[in-house]
Structures are given as C-alpha cells and as structure tokens.
Design a protein around this ligand. Structure first.
Ligand code: FVH
Length: 311
C-alpha cells in the first residue's frame, strides 16, 4: 500500500463537492492533480496550483492516492473501467454517493485489480468541507483509512464504520432517511397550518422547539427495540396512538395526508397483528419485515454484528 502522507493526491470529479475537496487539499499544501470529464471545470483549480491532468489515464498515474467524487456509481465505473488495469498498487477512496451494495461491488472490483479501496459517505455540504462540522464516514480497508488520515482529516471529522465497504453508505443513507422523513412531517404540518392562513414561518417558530424536544424519544425507542420487549410498562400503547383523526383532519382541510397516513398504516398493521397493547416502537417490526422475511434474521441476531466505530 502507498503512503498518502508524503504523496500527492489525485481528485477525479470537479463538481461542487470535488472542487471543495481539491481546494481544501491545495490550501493545506498538498500537491493535487485534478481531472474532470468537462475539462473547463479544472481552470480555477489550476489557477490555485492544481495540476490539471490531460486524460483520465494521466490523472490516475500521477499519484498513488486517487479520490473519486463523481455523480453516482455508474459514473465511477464509466470513468475508471478504461484505466483500472493500470491502477494496480494504487489506493482508491470513493466519495461518490452510492448504495451499500454498490460500494461493496466497487470494493470487490477494485480488489480484483489489485487496488486498495476505501468507501466514504460525505455528510456535509461543499462550504462545510475543511471544517470540523463536516463529517465523512468511511468503511472498507482499515489499513487504507489509517494510512490516509493525513489527507482525510483535512476535509472533515473522519469516522471509520467497519470493514464491510457498504457500512458508510448504509449509515449515511439511514441518517438521511430519518432526516427527510422528519422534514416531510414538518412540511405536512406546515400545509395543515397553512390551510387556515398560518404562515410557514410562524409554524416553524412554534414547531421547532416542540419537535426538537421530541428527539429525546429516540433514546427511549432505541432502548425498547434493543431490549426486545415492546410491551415494556410505562409506554403509550398503539391502541391509544391511533392517528386516523389526524388523517381525517388533514383531508378535511384539503391537505394530502400521505406522510401521516403512512405512519397510521404501520400502526394499523401492528394492531391487526395483535400488538395493540404494545408501544409505538413496535412499528419498527413492520419496517424491517421485508428483511426478516428474506433472511429470517431477528433484530437480536442483527445486534450480534455490532458496527465497529472509531473516531
Ligand atoms: N453537493 C452536496 O452537497 C452533496 C453532499 C453529500 C455528498 N454528495 C455527493 O457527492 C458527489 C458529487 O457531488 P457534487 O455536488 O460534486 O455533484 P455535481 O456538482 O453534480 O458534480 C458531478 C460530477 O460528476 C461528474 N460526472 C457526472 N457524470 C459523469 C460521467 N458519466 N463520467 C464522468 N464524470 C461524470 C461531473 O462531470 P461534468 O458534468 O462536469 O463533466 C461532475 O464533475 C455525488 O455523488 C453526491 O451525491 C454531494
């Protein structure tokens, strides 16, 4: 494996994020080679001291550490397939957003060509790169993660999630799933409030402290799920958590109830299965039902494979 501490870095992909990654490395004094499918995007970085490679082949040959930050999984293959045979002995850190299985596929493919691989999932916007508030999750080769820290830590707080190359993507997408569901819930509430003339700004001012306080519930739900007893005393039962009045109220106001109706559907499913006396966390079982059906694995089985997390 190469030593990224003393080596330069090649950055493939100069969109908003790739440019921010390259700029941060240049500002920190690294020798940076850049390549982009549309070469005009390299002009500003060249003016800042980057070497603009004339071809993808020249780009991957320039440095032992190659960072890809392209649009998606398909674009990574489109870019690297023609040159991978010449990359033996190099290190590829892929920061392109992919699914967990796409990350695993890339790891296997890279290993098959003698390329060390680390997958990364960026939890930041381009202006945050280079600040401690930015977070990048990594998974795959621990050796690559450790050896590349002098470069990786320029960009963000680096977290290693484990040897399975799909883990960084999985944790990233799980977090984003929670975030978007929460945002959609807020927007549904804003639409309900808006139906009587309450502005979204006013609704946000009232909802923010309420919803922020509600995140304390995560720890409680997590304890119930990991404890494996959804009937633990002291919880509001699913029978008592019927949300059909919210669905009806939404419809009465002419607002689509899609988001809240989805939650009600999960509640109804668990009640129909005889779990009405159990707590709200029980709907976790409906959400994971497809996986259980496919693998027969229980949540307790899942917990035996704990994520390896190192900061
Ligand atoms: N920007 C953000 O806030 C998010 C934060 C979380 C992580 N994402 C992921 O980062 C990847 C790159 O995102 P980006 O913001 O840099 O994206 P764009 O500005 O759209 O640039 C896309 C680059 O990909 C190149 N590209 C697209 N298709 C191909 C292809 N078939 N072959 C080679 N390169 C390709 C594109 O090149 P060009 O259009 O300029 O020629 C850009 O360099 C992404 O996975 C986010 O999900 C960012």
């Amino acid at each position: 494996m190469t030593d990224p501490q003393g080596a330069g870095v090649t950055v493939l992909g100069l969109g908003a994020m790739g440019s921010a990654l390259a700029t941060t490395l240049l500002d920190a004094g690294h020798a940076v080679t850049v390549w982009n499918r549309t070469s005009a995007r390299a002009v500003d970085l060249s003016a800042r001291g980057a070497q603009a490679a004339s071809s993808i082949g020249a780009a991957v040959a320039a440095n032992p550490l190659i960072v890809a930050c392209l649009l998606d999984h398909a674009s990574v293959h489109e870019t690297l397939d023609p040159v991978i045979a010449g990359m033996r002995g190099s290190t590829l850190v892929n920061l392109t957003t992919t699914t967990p299985n796409e990350a695993r596929e890339l790891a296997t493919w890279a290993a098959g060509h003698g390329v060390d691989h680390l997958d990364g999932a960026i939890m930041a916007t381009p202006p945050m790169i280079g600040t401690p508030e930015a977070s990048i999750l990594y998974s795959g080769s621990r050796d690559v993660f450790d050896a590349s820290r002098p470069v990786l830590d320029r960009w963000a707080t680096s977290t290693y999630d484990g040897a399975d190359a799909g883990l960084a993507s999985l944790v990233d997408l799980a977090m984003l799933s929670g975030m978007y569901s929460m945002f959609a819930g807020f927007l549904h509430g804003a639409a309900m409030a808006g139906s009587v003339g309450i502005s979204a700004t006013e609704f946000a001012a009232r909802a923010t402290p309420f919803l922020s306080a509600m995140t304390d519930g995560f720890e409680h739900f997590a304890g119930v799920i990991d404890g494996g007893d959804y009937a633990v005393p002291g919880q509001q039962s699913l029978d008592f958590s019927d949300l059909s009045h919210i669905v009806r109220a939404s419809e009465e106001q002419g607002v689509r109830p899609t988001t809240i109706a989805a939650v009600q559907e999960l509640i109804s499913e668990q009640i129909a299965d005889g779990h009405g006396a159990e707590g709200f966390a029980r709907i976790y079982e409906s959400l994971r039902a497809e996986r259980t059906a496919k693998t027969g694995q229980t949540h307790q089985d899942d917990n035996s494979d704990e994520l390896e997390v190192a900061r």
